[in-house]
Design a protein around this ligand. Structure first.
Ligand code: COA
Length: 160
C-alpha cells in the first residue's frame, strides 16, 4: 500500500491546501494529512480545532485520513510506513524553504522522498495567515476556505 504524508500547520486549512490534498490523494492508496503540533509556531486554532476543521472539510474522501503529530516529521513518516512527504509549491520562495526541509528530512531518513505539486495559480497568493488577517478585519473569505468551515473561522477570528 502506497502511503503519502501531507504535513502542515493548517491554521486554518484553506482551499489551497484542499486542492493539493485532492490531487495528492489520486497518487496514493492512503494520504495522511498530518497537523503539526509545533511549539515554535504559535497557532491561533488549537490542535484539536485544526484537525476537526480538516476532517469536516474532507468528509467523504475515502483514502484521506487526518491526524496530528508531535516531534520530527521524518520519524512520523517512518512510523506510518509512508514512502513520501508531499508539499505544495506556490512561489519560488516556497521552493527555497521546501528544498531545505526536503534535504533535512532526507538526511534524517534517506528512504523517505519529498514530492512537490505545483499549486493551482488561483491559490498562489493564498496562505493561512492571509485568511486569518482577512477574517479578523471583516474581509470576505468566500472561496478561500471550504464553505463548511467559513462560519467557524469567522466566528473564531472576526471582531464582529
Ligand atoms: N495553499 C495555501 N497555503 C499554503 C499552501 C497551499 N498549497 N502550501 C503552504 N501554504 C501556506 C500555509 O498555510 C502556511 O501559511 P502561514 O505561514 O500563513 O500559516 C505557509 O504556507 C507555510 O506552510 P508549510 O510549508 O506547510 O509550513 P507549515 O508551517 O504549515 O508546516 C511543517 C511546516 C509542519 C511541515 C514543518 O514545520 C515540520 O515538518 N515540522 C515538524 C518538525 C520537523 O521535522 N522539522 C524538520 C527538521 S528540523
Amino acid at each position: 500500500m502506497k502511503i503519502i504524508i501531507y504535513p502542515g500547520s493548517f491554521d486554518p486549512v484553506t482551499n489551497g491546501h484542499i486542492d493539493i490534498i485532492i490531487r495528492a490523494a489520486r497518487l496514493c492508496d492512503k494520504l495522511i494529512v498530518a497537523v503539526a503540533n509545533n511549539e515554535s509556531k504559535k497557532a491561533v486554532f488549537s490542535l484539536e480545532e485544526r484537525v476537526e476543521l480538516l476532517k469536516r472539510s474532507l468528509a467523504g474522501m475515502e483514502n484521506v485520513e487526518v491526524t496530528s503529530f508531535t516531534g520530527l516529521l521524518s520519524e512520523f513518516v517512518k512510523k506510518n510506513k509512508a514512502s513520501a512527504i508531499i508539499k505544495g509549491l506556490r512561489t519560488v520562495s516556497d521552493y527555497e524553504y521546501e528544498l531545505q526541509m526536503a534535504l533535512i528530512n532526507k538526511s534524517l531518513s534517506p528512504e523517505v522522498e519529498t514530492l512537490f505539486l505545483v499549486a493551482d495559480i488561483k491559490y498562489s497568493f493564498l496562505s493561512s495567515s492571509i485568511v486569518r488577517e482577512l477574517a479578523k478585519l471583516g474581509g470576505n473569505i468566500e472561496g478561500l476556505v471550504p464553505d463548511c468551515i467559513k462560519e467557524t473561522v469567522i466566528k473564531k477570528l472576526g471582531n464582529n
